[in-house]
Design a protein around this ligand. Structure first.
Ligand code: SAH
Length: 283
């Protein structure tokens, strides 16, 4: 049994976080940062918007890449985490560490003189989905919050820190309805597969609809910068299904990247102009 005062404190915290939610439909967005981890995920979107590589955006000893352009009146900067040179594997730098570092460096860079500061971070990528939450391969999910499932620290206070649950500053439900997407919490861990304990955390503690390897890390950097985070995640594999994630992931990566390429401009159009898709008076 938890003491009554703890329950009351949690209740008031929840009310406070709901009342501080940003109303997307009334926001003016001038610059969106779009972190997309893998080159294969980002490629079709970068091409579609004809974004141009920016040389010297990141310090030269980091592997991260940046592309920039515009969509309507808004500036769009895509960053990818580049390829691994540290372990000399040459594969994409997936996982939380590169994602938080690249996002942090990008946001700092945009605070510089002559830069347009970022007002929204939209993290595009692939994810695992849960059939029990209505997820199917190819579905697009807009995130309502993030949490970690592999940071288990069984000491009071550290346990909550480890899970690192953050609810979205933006309620994406009107946008999801207008665009035909789903909404839910994304749970993050540094493994593509899962253990039974991960499973317990993903289901019971995090109430996750989708699973990835970066969202909670990027949202943490956003929170430090007082910026709203939103994830746009396309399902490549079913976590509670019958096939191993890595097989399904490889099979569906290319089609998921295509569907990300079509979903991201719709989301950004909605965010930046939001009149085109449904009209603000209806929302
Ligand atoms: N074998 C892949 C490895 C990619 S790791 C390769 O060839 O490069 C998986 C990437 O996709 C991560 O960036 C992660 O965010 C996302 N992802 C897709 N399905 C996932 C799942 N079931 N669990 C965790 N992350 C997943």
């Amino acid at each position: 049994m938890r003491p009554l005062f703890l329950i009351a404190a949690q209740f008031f915290l929840q009310i406070a976080s709901i009342s501080s939610a940003l109303v997307l439909e009334t926001m003016t967005i001038k610059h969106v940062l779009v972190p997309i981890v893998m080159e294969a995920e980002a490629g079709p979107f970068v091409e579609h918007l004809d974004l141009k590589p920016i040389d010297d955006f990141f310090p030269s000893h980091t592997p991260f890449l940046a592309f920039s352009g515009s969509l309507g009146d808004a500036k769009v900067t895509v960053i990818t985490m580049g390829k691994d040179v540290v372990y000399e594997t040459g594969v994409d730098n997936v996982g939380t560490v590169p994602a938080s570092l690249a996002t942090f460096l990008a946001l700092e860079k945009m605070k510089g003189a002559g830069e347009t500061p970022v007002d929204l971070v939209v993290n595009g990528g692939t994810c695992g989905g849960f059939a029990r939450k209505g997820g199917a391969i190819g579905d697009v999910f807009l995130t309502t919050g993030v949490a970690n499932h592999d940071r288990r620290i069984g000491i009071p206070g550290f346990d909550t820190y480890g899970i690192g649950s953050l609810s979205s500053e933006i309620d994406p439900s009107a946008m999801a309805e207008a665009l035909g997407y789903k909404t839910g919490i994304v749970t993050t861990g540094n493994s593509l597969d899962k253990t039974d304990t991960d499973d317990e955390y993903m289901k019971d503690k995090n109430d996750a609809s989708v699973k990835d390897m970066e969202a909670a890390a990027i949202a943490w950097v956003c929170k430090m910068n007082n910026l709203p985070y939103m994830g746009v995640k396309v399902i490549t594999d079913i976590v509670d299904g019958n096939f191993p994630s890595h097989e399904e992931f490889m099979e569906n990566l290319a089609s998921a990247a295509q569907s990300l390429q079509s979903a991201l401009p719709k989301v950004l159009n909605y965010v930046c102009e939001n009149k085109e898709l449904g009209g603000s008076e209806e929302l």
